[in-house]
Write a protein that binds this ligand. Structure first.
Ligand code: PLP
Length: 390
Protein backbone atom coordinates (compact mmCIF):
# COMPACT_ATOMS: atom_id res chain seq x y z
CA UNK A 1 0.00 0.00 0.00
CA UNK A 2 1.28 3.47 -0.85
CA UNK A 3 1.82 5.53 2.28
CA UNK A 4 0.51 9.08 2.17
CA UNK A 5 3.25 11.61 2.65
CA UNK A 6 2.93 13.73 5.75
CA UNK A 7 3.68 17.43 5.34
CA UNK A 8 2.38 18.50 8.73
CA UNK A 9 5.50 18.59 10.84
CA UNK A 10 6.43 20.98 13.60
CA UNK A 11 10.19 21.31 13.91
CA UNK A 12 10.20 24.57 15.83
CA UNK A 13 10.93 23.05 19.21
CA UNK A 14 13.96 21.01 18.18
CA UNK A 15 17.60 21.83 17.61
CA UNK A 16 17.44 21.38 13.86
CA UNK A 17 19.51 23.91 11.96
CA UNK A 18 16.70 25.29 9.80
CA UNK A 19 14.39 26.51 12.53
CA UNK A 20 17.09 27.89 14.87
CA UNK A 21 16.58 31.35 13.36
CA UNK A 22 13.34 31.66 15.30
CA UNK A 23 15.35 32.04 18.49
CA UNK A 24 16.47 35.47 17.22
CA UNK A 25 13.28 36.48 15.46
CA UNK A 26 10.06 34.52 15.92
CA UNK A 27 8.43 36.22 12.91
CA UNK A 28 10.78 34.58 10.39
CA UNK A 29 9.81 31.80 8.01
CA UNK A 30 12.96 29.82 7.11
CA UNK A 31 13.10 28.22 3.65
CA UNK A 32 16.72 27.21 4.00
CA UNK A 33 19.14 24.25 4.22
CA UNK A 34 18.74 20.97 2.33
CA UNK A 35 16.40 18.83 4.35
CA UNK A 36 12.61 18.58 4.13
CA UNK A 37 9.77 19.79 6.31
CA UNK A 38 8.07 16.56 5.29
CA UNK A 39 7.95 13.64 7.71
CA UNK A 40 10.60 10.98 7.29
CA UNK A 41 8.48 8.06 6.00
CA UNK A 42 6.63 6.08 8.61
CA UNK A 43 8.04 2.73 7.51
CA UNK A 44 11.52 4.06 8.32
CA UNK A 45 10.46 5.48 11.68
CA UNK A 46 8.79 2.13 12.47
CA UNK A 47 12.02 0.27 11.67
CA UNK A 48 13.93 2.59 13.99
CA UNK A 49 11.29 2.10 16.66
CA UNK A 50 11.82 -1.66 16.41
CA UNK A 51 15.49 -1.07 17.17
CA UNK A 52 14.55 1.04 20.19
CA UNK A 53 12.07 -1.60 21.35
CA UNK A 54 14.97 -4.06 21.55
CA UNK A 55 16.23 -1.76 24.32
CA UNK A 56 19.95 -1.89 23.45
CA UNK A 57 21.82 0.51 21.18
CA UNK A 58 24.98 -1.55 20.90
CA UNK A 59 27.41 -1.97 17.99
CA UNK A 60 25.76 -2.94 14.72
CA UNK A 61 27.44 -4.44 11.66
CA UNK A 62 26.20 -3.95 8.09
CA UNK A 63 24.58 -7.19 6.93
CA UNK A 64 24.65 -8.76 3.47
CA UNK A 65 21.06 -7.56 3.10
CA UNK A 66 22.21 -4.01 3.80
CA UNK A 67 24.74 -4.11 0.95
CA UNK A 68 22.18 -5.81 -1.29
CA UNK A 69 19.72 -2.97 -0.64
CA UNK A 70 22.27 -0.44 -1.94
CA UNK A 71 23.18 -2.65 -4.90
CA UNK A 72 19.56 -3.22 -5.90
CA UNK A 73 18.69 0.48 -5.55
CA UNK A 74 21.67 1.68 -7.55
CA UNK A 75 21.01 -0.92 -10.24
CA UNK A 76 17.26 -0.38 -10.40
CA UNK A 77 17.19 3.42 -10.20
CA UNK A 78 20.52 4.46 -11.71
CA UNK A 79 21.81 1.54 -13.82
CA UNK A 80 24.90 1.44 -11.60
CA UNK A 81 26.16 -2.13 -11.26
CA UNK A 82 28.09 -2.64 -8.03
CA UNK A 83 29.47 -5.48 -5.94
CA UNK A 84 29.54 -5.25 -2.13
CA UNK A 85 33.34 -4.97 -2.26
CA UNK A 86 33.12 -1.79 -4.34
CA UNK A 87 31.12 0.01 -1.65
CA UNK A 88 32.78 1.86 1.23
CA UNK A 89 30.58 3.16 4.03
CA UNK A 90 30.95 6.72 5.27
CA UNK A 91 29.18 8.80 7.92
CA UNK A 92 28.50 11.52 5.34
CA UNK A 93 29.04 12.40 1.72
CA UNK A 94 31.22 15.34 2.76
CA UNK A 95 33.36 13.03 4.91
CA UNK A 96 33.79 10.79 1.87
CA UNK A 97 34.71 13.75 -0.32
CA UNK A 98 37.28 14.93 2.19
CA UNK A 99 38.77 11.44 2.41
CA UNK A 100 38.96 11.14 -1.38
CA UNK A 101 40.58 14.57 -1.70
CA UNK A 102 43.18 13.72 0.95
CA UNK A 103 43.99 10.24 -0.30
CA UNK A 104 43.78 10.66 -4.07
CA UNK A 105 45.55 14.02 -4.38
CA UNK A 106 48.67 15.58 -2.90
CA UNK A 107 49.17 18.83 -1.01
CA UNK A 108 49.31 21.69 -3.50
CA UNK A 109 47.31 19.80 -6.15
CA UNK A 110 44.33 21.49 -7.74
CA UNK A 111 40.74 20.38 -7.49
CA UNK A 112 38.18 21.83 -9.92
CA UNK A 113 34.87 22.93 -8.43
CA UNK A 114 32.00 24.25 -10.53
CA UNK A 115 30.76 27.55 -9.13
CA UNK A 116 28.39 28.45 -7.55
CA UNK A 117 29.04 25.43 -5.35
CA UNK A 118 27.81 23.65 -2.22
CA UNK A 119 29.84 25.58 0.43
CA UNK A 120 31.64 22.63 2.14
CA UNK A 121 33.43 21.85 -1.15
CA UNK A 122 35.68 24.81 -0.46
CA UNK A 123 36.53 23.50 3.01
CA UNK A 124 37.23 19.92 1.94
CA UNK A 125 39.60 21.22 -0.72
CA UNK A 126 41.38 24.20 0.86
CA UNK A 127 41.40 23.04 4.49
CA UNK A 128 43.06 19.85 3.26
CA UNK A 129 45.86 21.93 1.74
CA UNK A 130 44.71 21.61 -1.87
CA UNK A 131 43.97 24.48 -4.22
CA UNK A 132 40.38 24.99 -5.32
CA UNK A 133 40.10 26.19 -8.91
CA UNK A 134 36.70 27.41 -9.86
CA UNK A 135 34.96 26.62 -13.08
CA UNK A 136 32.38 29.41 -13.15
CA UNK A 137 29.16 28.12 -14.62
CA UNK A 138 27.75 30.19 -17.45
CA UNK A 139 24.10 31.22 -17.70
CA UNK A 140 22.38 30.36 -20.95
CA UNK A 141 18.63 30.81 -21.37
CA UNK A 142 18.22 31.00 -17.62
CA UNK A 143 20.15 27.79 -16.89
CA UNK A 144 23.74 27.01 -15.97
CA UNK A 145 25.92 25.41 -18.62
CA UNK A 146 29.56 24.35 -18.55
CA UNK A 147 32.23 26.36 -20.35
CA UNK A 148 34.09 23.40 -21.84
CA UNK A 149 36.96 25.48 -23.24
CA UNK A 150 37.71 26.75 -19.76
CA UNK A 151 37.29 23.24 -18.35
CA UNK A 152 39.80 21.91 -20.90
CA UNK A 153 42.29 24.59 -19.84
CA UNK A 154 41.86 23.79 -16.15
CA UNK A 155 42.08 20.05 -16.74
CA UNK A 156 45.27 20.38 -18.76
CA UNK A 157 47.08 22.08 -15.90
CA UNK A 158 49.48 19.36 -14.65
CA UNK A 159 48.65 20.03 -10.98
CA UNK A 160 44.92 19.47 -11.52
CA UNK A 161 44.15 16.07 -10.01
CA UNK A 162 40.40 15.98 -9.39
CA UNK A 163 37.07 17.56 -10.25
CA UNK A 164 33.94 17.54 -8.10
CA UNK A 165 30.88 16.97 -10.26
CA UNK A 166 27.65 17.60 -8.40
CA UNK A 167 24.73 16.06 -10.29
CA UNK A 168 22.00 17.22 -9.91
CA UNK A 169 23.74 20.47 -9.19
CA UNK A 170 23.30 22.29 -5.90
CA UNK A 171 22.40 25.21 -5.93
CA UNK A 172 21.42 25.61 -9.61
CA UNK A 173 19.27 22.47 -9.91
CA UNK A 174 20.74 21.47 -13.28
CA UNK A 175 20.71 17.83 -14.31
CA UNK A 176 23.81 17.48 -16.46
CA UNK A 177 23.01 15.79 -19.74
CA UNK A 178 24.59 12.58 -20.89
CA UNK A 179 26.53 14.57 -23.51
CA UNK A 180 27.87 17.00 -20.88
CA UNK A 181 28.92 14.13 -18.62
CA UNK A 182 30.62 12.39 -21.54
CA UNK A 183 32.64 15.51 -22.33
CA UNK A 184 33.72 15.85 -18.70
CA UNK A 185 34.73 12.19 -18.77
CA UNK A 186 36.73 12.53 -21.98
CA UNK A 187 38.70 15.46 -20.57
CA UNK A 188 39.19 13.78 -17.20
CA UNK A 189 40.35 10.61 -18.85
CA UNK A 190 42.72 12.43 -21.20
CA UNK A 191 44.34 14.39 -18.34
CA UNK A 192 44.14 11.66 -15.67
CA UNK A 193 41.89 13.73 -13.43
CA UNK A 194 39.69 11.91 -10.89
CA UNK A 195 35.96 12.59 -10.95
CA UNK A 196 34.42 12.91 -7.50
CA UNK A 197 30.75 12.47 -8.37
CA UNK A 198 28.51 13.90 -5.65
CA UNK A 199 25.12 12.46 -6.58
CA UNK A 200 23.45 12.89 -3.21
CA UNK A 201 20.45 14.66 -4.82
CA UNK A 202 19.90 12.19 -7.66
CA UNK A 203 16.83 10.51 -6.18
CA UNK A 204 14.90 13.79 -5.97
CA UNK A 205 13.83 13.88 -9.59
CA UNK A 206 10.91 15.14 -11.64
CA UNK A 207 9.16 14.07 -14.80
CA UNK A 208 11.18 16.24 -17.19
CA UNK A 209 14.78 15.17 -16.46
CA UNK A 210 16.51 12.15 -14.98
CA UNK A 211 20.17 12.32 -13.95
CA UNK A 212 22.62 9.80 -15.37
CA UNK A 213 25.10 8.58 -12.79
CA UNK A 214 28.78 8.98 -13.65
CA UNK A 215 29.14 5.36 -12.61
CA UNK A 216 26.18 4.10 -14.61
CA UNK A 217 26.58 1.38 -17.20
CA UNK A 218 25.50 3.99 -19.79
CA UNK A 219 28.64 6.04 -19.17
CA UNK A 220 30.99 3.20 -20.00
CA UNK A 221 34.45 2.08 -18.82
CA UNK A 222 36.27 5.43 -19.21
CA UNK A 223 34.01 7.10 -16.67
CA UNK A 224 34.15 4.09 -14.37
CA UNK A 225 37.94 4.18 -14.43
CA UNK A 226 38.09 7.81 -13.24
CA UNK A 227 35.09 8.03 -10.90
CA UNK A 228 34.42 7.88 -7.19
CA UNK A 229 30.66 8.02 -6.57
CA UNK A 230 29.42 9.66 -3.37
CA UNK A 231 25.87 8.88 -2.42
CA UNK A 232 23.34 8.38 0.37
CA UNK A 233 19.64 7.85 0.98
CA UNK A 234 19.56 10.87 3.26
CA UNK A 235 18.32 13.64 0.95
CA UNK A 236 15.49 11.82 -0.78
CA UNK A 237 14.20 10.09 2.36
CA UNK A 238 14.83 13.01 4.72
CA UNK A 239 17.39 11.26 6.90
CA UNK A 240 20.18 13.85 7.02
CA UNK A 241 20.45 13.63 10.80
CA UNK A 242 21.29 9.91 10.82
CA UNK A 243 24.62 10.50 9.05
CA UNK A 244 24.96 7.48 6.77
CA UNK A 245 26.36 7.40 3.26
CA UNK A 246 28.63 5.44 0.98
CA UNK A 247 31.17 5.88 -1.72
CA UNK A 248 31.78 3.48 -4.56
CA UNK A 249 34.35 3.01 -7.27
CA UNK A 250 35.01 0.37 -9.91
CA UNK A 251 38.67 1.27 -10.27
CA UNK A 252 40.54 -1.37 -8.21
CA UNK A 253 43.47 0.95 -7.54
CA UNK A 254 41.29 3.77 -6.19
CA UNK A 255 39.22 1.26 -4.27
CA UNK A 256 42.30 -0.17 -2.54
CA UNK A 257 43.55 3.29 -1.54
CA UNK A 258 40.16 4.44 -0.25
CA UNK A 259 39.36 1.18 1.51
CA UNK A 260 42.67 1.28 3.35
CA UNK A 261 42.10 4.93 4.25
CA UNK A 262 38.58 4.23 5.52
CA UNK A 263 39.93 1.40 7.65
CA UNK A 264 42.78 3.52 8.98
CA UNK A 265 40.31 6.17 10.05
CA UNK A 266 37.65 3.65 11.18
CA UNK A 267 35.06 5.46 9.12
CA UNK A 268 33.00 2.48 8.03
CA UNK A 269 31.51 1.84 11.46
CA UNK A 270 28.18 3.48 10.77
CA UNK A 271 25.68 4.22 13.50
CA UNK A 272 22.84 1.75 14.00
CA UNK A 273 20.10 4.14 12.90
CA UNK A 274 22.01 5.01 9.74
CA UNK A 275 22.33 1.37 8.73
CA UNK A 276 18.71 0.51 9.47
CA UNK A 277 17.19 3.57 7.83
CA UNK A 278 19.29 3.32 4.65
CA UNK A 279 18.40 -0.34 4.17
CA UNK A 280 14.70 0.14 4.80
CA UNK A 281 14.58 3.23 2.58
CA UNK A 282 16.11 1.34 -0.33
CA UNK A 283 14.12 -1.86 0.24
CA UNK A 284 10.69 -0.31 0.78
CA UNK A 285 10.90 3.30 -0.32
CA UNK A 286 10.28 3.40 -4.08
CA UNK A 287 6.55 4.13 -3.88
CA UNK A 288 6.90 6.72 -1.13
CA UNK A 289 9.66 8.41 -3.09
CA UNK A 290 7.54 8.56 -6.25
CA UNK A 291 4.80 10.18 -4.23
CA UNK A 292 7.02 12.72 -2.51
CA UNK A 293 8.74 13.61 -5.79
CA UNK A 294 5.35 14.21 -7.39
CA UNK A 295 4.48 16.57 -4.52
CA UNK A 296 7.82 18.36 -4.85
CA UNK A 297 7.39 18.69 -8.60
CA UNK A 298 4.02 20.38 -8.06
CA UNK A 299 5.67 22.68 -5.51
CA UNK A 300 8.44 23.49 -7.97
CA UNK A 301 5.96 24.27 -10.74
CA UNK A 302 3.88 26.42 -8.43
CA UNK A 303 6.84 28.45 -7.13
CA UNK A 304 8.40 28.87 -10.56
CA UNK A 305 5.16 30.03 -12.18
CA UNK A 306 4.20 32.28 -9.26
CA UNK A 307 7.52 34.11 -9.16
CA UNK A 308 7.61 34.58 -12.93
CA UNK A 309 4.07 35.88 -12.99
CA UNK A 310 3.85 37.98 -9.82
CA UNK A 311 7.42 38.94 -8.90
CA UNK A 312 9.16 39.45 -12.26
CA UNK A 313 12.11 41.29 -10.72
CA UNK A 314 13.17 37.94 -9.23
CA UNK A 315 14.45 35.51 -11.88
CA UNK A 316 14.15 31.88 -10.77
CA UNK A 317 16.27 29.14 -12.31
CA UNK A 318 14.14 26.16 -13.22
CA UNK A 319 15.35 23.27 -11.04
CA UNK A 320 15.40 20.16 -13.20
CA UNK A 321 15.88 18.17 -9.97
CA UNK A 322 16.46 18.79 -6.22
CA UNK A 323 14.06 20.69 -3.97
CA UNK A 324 16.15 23.84 -4.21
CA UNK A 325 15.36 26.90 -6.30
CA UNK A 326 18.08 29.41 -7.17
CA UNK A 327 16.69 32.92 -7.35
CA UNK A 328 18.35 35.90 -9.03
CA UNK A 329 17.66 39.17 -7.14
CA UNK A 330 20.12 41.23 -9.17
CA UNK A 331 17.37 43.60 -10.37
CA UNK A 332 17.11 45.12 -6.88
CA UNK A 333 20.67 46.46 -7.11
CA UNK A 334 21.50 45.92 -3.43
CA UNK A 335 24.42 44.22 -1.70
CA UNK A 336 24.11 40.62 -0.52
CA UNK A 337 23.95 41.77 3.07
CA UNK A 338 21.24 44.33 2.33
CA UNK A 339 19.27 41.72 0.41
CA UNK A 340 19.35 39.21 3.26
CA UNK A 341 18.39 41.92 5.73
CA UNK A 342 15.55 43.23 3.56
CA UNK A 343 14.12 39.75 3.07
CA UNK A 344 14.12 39.26 6.82
CA UNK A 345 12.81 42.70 7.75
CA UNK A 346 10.29 43.33 4.98
CA UNK A 347 9.32 39.77 4.05
CA UNK A 348 10.02 37.99 7.36
CA UNK A 349 11.62 35.36 5.20
CA UNK A 350 14.93 33.60 5.59
CA UNK A 351 16.65 32.17 2.49
CA UNK A 352 20.21 30.89 1.97
CA UNK A 353 22.35 33.82 0.72
CA UNK A 354 23.82 32.99 -2.68
CA UNK A 355 27.13 34.61 -1.79
CA UNK A 356 27.79 31.64 0.55
CA UNK A 357 28.07 29.52 -2.62
CA UNK A 358 31.00 31.54 -3.94
CA UNK A 359 31.26 34.91 -5.68
CA UNK A 360 29.22 33.50 -8.55
CA UNK A 361 26.29 33.43 -6.14
CA UNK A 362 26.35 37.20 -5.68
CA UNK A 363 22.83 38.60 -5.98
CA UNK A 364 21.21 35.17 -5.60
CA UNK A 365 19.26 33.44 -2.84
CA UNK A 366 18.40 29.74 -2.54
CA UNK A 367 14.88 28.69 -1.61
CA UNK A 368 14.02 25.19 -0.34
CA UNK A 369 10.54 24.21 -1.51
CA UNK A 370 10.34 20.84 0.31
CA UNK A 371 7.57 22.06 2.59
CA UNK A 372 3.83 21.81 2.95
CA UNK A 373 2.15 23.55 0.00
CA UNK A 374 0.43 26.11 2.21
CA UNK A 375 3.78 27.01 3.76
CA UNK A 376 5.23 27.45 0.28
CA UNK A 377 2.33 29.73 -0.65
CA UNK A 378 2.96 31.75 2.49
CA UNK A 379 6.66 32.05 1.59
CA UNK A 380 5.77 33.22 -1.92
CA UNK A 381 3.37 35.75 -0.45
CA UNK A 382 6.15 37.03 1.82
CA UNK A 383 8.46 37.32 -1.18
CA UNK A 384 5.83 39.46 -2.85
CA UNK A 385 5.49 41.67 0.24
CA UNK A 386 9.26 42.14 0.22
CA UNK A 387 9.14 42.99 -3.49
CA UNK A 388 6.41 45.60 -3.07
CA UNK A 389 8.36 47.30 -0.32
CA UNK A 390 11.65 47.48 -2.24
C1 PLP B 1 25.54 18.58 -2.91
C2 PLP B 1 25.57 18.11 -1.50
N1 PLP B 1 26.51 17.24 -1.10
C3 PLP B 1 26.57 16.79 0.17
C4 PLP B 1 25.67 17.23 1.11
C5 PLP B 1 25.77 16.77 2.54
O1 PLP B 1 25.99 15.42 2.64
P1 PLP B 1 26.27 14.74 4.05
O2 PLP B 1 25.32 15.31 5.04
O3 PLP B 1 26.04 13.29 3.77
O4 PLP B 1 27.70 15.03 4.37
C6 PLP B 1 24.68 18.14 0.74
C7 PLP B 1 23.72 18.65 1.74
O5 PLP B 1 23.05 19.61 1.56
C8 PLP B 1 24.62 18.59 -0.59
O6 PLP B 1 23.69 19.45 -1.00
Amino acid sequence: MVEMIDTHVNRKEHDNIKWQVLKDDASLLPMTIADMDIATPKFIRDALQTVLDDKVLGYTAPSDAFYQSIIAWEQGHHAVTLTPEQIILMPGVVTGLSLAVRRLTQRGDQVIVMAPYYPPYEQVVTDNGRKMVKLSLVQREGQYVIDFDRLATLMSDPITRAIIVCNPQNPGGRVWTNAELQRITELASQHKVFILADEIHDDTTFSDAYPVSMLSDLMGPEAAEQTVLLKSATKAFNLAGVKASYLATKNPRLLAVLKRAATAEQLEELNTFGLVSTQVAYEQGAEWLAEVNQYLEENRNLAYAYINEHIPRIKPMYPEATYLMWLDFMAYGVTDKQLDQALREKGHLCLNPGIDYGEEGHGFMRLNFAVDRDVLKEALHRLQVFDRDM
